[in-house]
Write a protein that binds this ligand. Structure first.
Ligand code: GLU
Length: 472
């Protein structure tokens, strides 16, 4: 971890200030955009399986209400503190603005290492946290909508929605109080892999830009590119999967116990099974072990993907990084010093707050599904299939020829929920990548893509505040 002179929240503020110079808003408004509007710091007791009472430290921060509800995950980690949750909540505001998801930013955190608790204890902690949020009006489909984050997943979201719904009997929109739920509890298909798929769509778009690739000395496209992924959680796993499936070679994967390197590529699912069996990613057949997980960050590769926690690359190790593109799949993996070093070396940093937006984008789709009370595709799937069939039959009759069985199935297929979610995500990530790149290209003084992304976010949030006219 870094020995940097300022906190995570201050480093977000630093990046913000760097970008604010390229916007037209007055100082006071910029201060308002930066500030965290509401901070709820709580302590509550939970009785553990052995009868002990433990005081749990937890937070929920609502960074901005320029749009409602607030949105952002809940993380379970030893490292949770108020500053971290504030930084992450701010990043959510900017993230949502960039991808045009109409939410303000929020984030929650519980300071626990989930590995040290039983399932029953985790359920009690999660339910108690939720009821504390309900008591203070810090959760609700129109107020603040949590989601999974580091250390949490579908299971915890199911506990959140169940606790909320039981405290709000008759609330017909209760399912919209949290996203990332299991399908049976109102979740949407495609949410689990959404962040990883969003990272893939974003980087694929960057790699399709001929001028950008030329500057980096790379060919266009994903096929054959060497990739290193740090973190085998939900985001890292799915990111590795989509890159491999589209022809990239994942040469190294790092976790906290160490890293493995294999020049001809690692299959993330095999590695996952190996870890399940042996308790570690190390000694994966055919691969070389790297004792220090951070060594993996310094290997030669085209795309380095930090997909774990914040501040893993700082002023100290940045000079040794050899990647040409850094794809930030975690929130805040680089410090501002690392940014400066990479900008000077011509390494392209594709920034977290837009590249990780896949999760919240699909959360938005889930929330819309909950409010509309109908599954995507339910109304139009059969209609499209019947219409496609009719059109194809007509064409075959007119042409006197028939398409192959495979083509027939492809043409006839009406969109399912998963098709629509993936398509909405693809469109969102492509549009955001182009928008940010255009801002960067149109202003040669903007030093890096992160600053361009912040400019995009500040412009949208600033315009929203201005048009609200809330400054009498
Ligand atoms: N925790 C995820 C993030 O940091 C998802 C947030 C959400 O879906 O609301 O973007």
């Amino acid at each position: 971890m870094s020995n940097q002179p300022y906190s995570f929240f201050q480093s977000v503020e630093k990046s913000f200030d760097k970008a604010a110079k390229f916007t037209k808003f007055e100082k006071g408004l910029l201060e308002q955009i930066k500030a965290c509007n509401s901070i709820y710091s709580m302590r509550f007791p939970v009785k553990m399986d052995d009868g002990r009472i433990e005081v749990i430290e937890a937070y929920r921060v609502q960074h901005s209400q320029h749009k409602s509800p607030c949105k952002g995950g809940i993380r379970f980690s030893d490292a949770v503190n108020q500053d971290e949750v504030m930084a992450l909540a701010s990043l959510m505001t900017y993230k949502c603005a960039i991808v045009n998801v109409p939410f303000g930013g929020g984030k929650g955190g519980i300071k626990i290492n989930p590995r040290k608790y039983s399932t029953y204890e985790l359920e009690k902690i999660t339910r108690r946290y939720t009821s504390e949020l309900v008591k203070k009006n810090f959760i609700g489909p129109g107020i603040d909508v949590p989601a999974p984050d580091y250390g949490t997943g579908e299971r915890e979201m199911a506990w959140v929605v169940d606790t909320y719904a039981s405290l709000k009997p008759g609330d017909i929109d209760a399912a919209g109080c949290v996203t990332g739920k299991p399908i049976s509890q109102g979740g949407v298909r495609g949410r689990k892999e959404a962040t990883g798929l969003g990272v893939f769509f974003g980087i694929r778009e960057v790699c399709n830009m001929t001028d950008v690739m030329k500057k980096l000395g790379l060919t266009t496209g994903i096929v054959g590119k060497t990739v290193i992924v740090q973190g085998m959680g939900n985001v890292g796993y799915h990111t590795a999967k989509f890159f491999r499936e589209h022809g990239a070679i994942v040469i190294a994967i790092a976790e906290y116990e160490g890293a493995v390197y294999k020049a001809d590529g690692i299959n993330e699912e095999d590695l996952f099974q190996h870890r399940k069996k042996t308790g570690s990613i190390l000694n994966y057949p055919g691969a070389t072990n790297l004792a220090k997980t951070s060594d993996a960050l310094e290997l030669d590769c085209d795309i380095l993907i930090p997909a774990a926690l914040e501040n893993v690359i700082d002023g100290e190790n940045a000079p040794r990084v050899k990647a040409k593109i850094i794809a930030e799949a975690a929130n805040g993996p680089l410090t501002p010093e690392a940014d400066e070093i990479f900008a000077a070396k011509g390494i392209l940093v594709v920034p977290d707050m837009y590249l990780t937006a896949g999760g919240v984008t699909v959360s938005y789709f889930e929330w819309l599904k909950n409010l509309s009370h109908v599954r995507y595709g339910r109304m139009e799937k059969r209609f499209s299939e019947n219409m496609n069939s009719h059109i194809l039959n007509q064409m075959e009759t007119l042409a006197g020829k028939q398409v192959t069985e495979k083509e027939r199935n492809f043409i006839l297929h009406g969109a399912d929920e998963i098709d629509l979610v993936h398509s909405g995500l693809e469109e969102t990530m492509i549009a955001a990548t182009r928008e940010i790149m255009d801002i960067w290209k149109n202003n040669p003084d903007i030093p890096d893509m992160r600053t361009a992304a912040y400019v995009s976010a500040i412009n949208k949030v600033g315009t929203s505040y201005t048009e609200l006219g809330i400054f009498p």
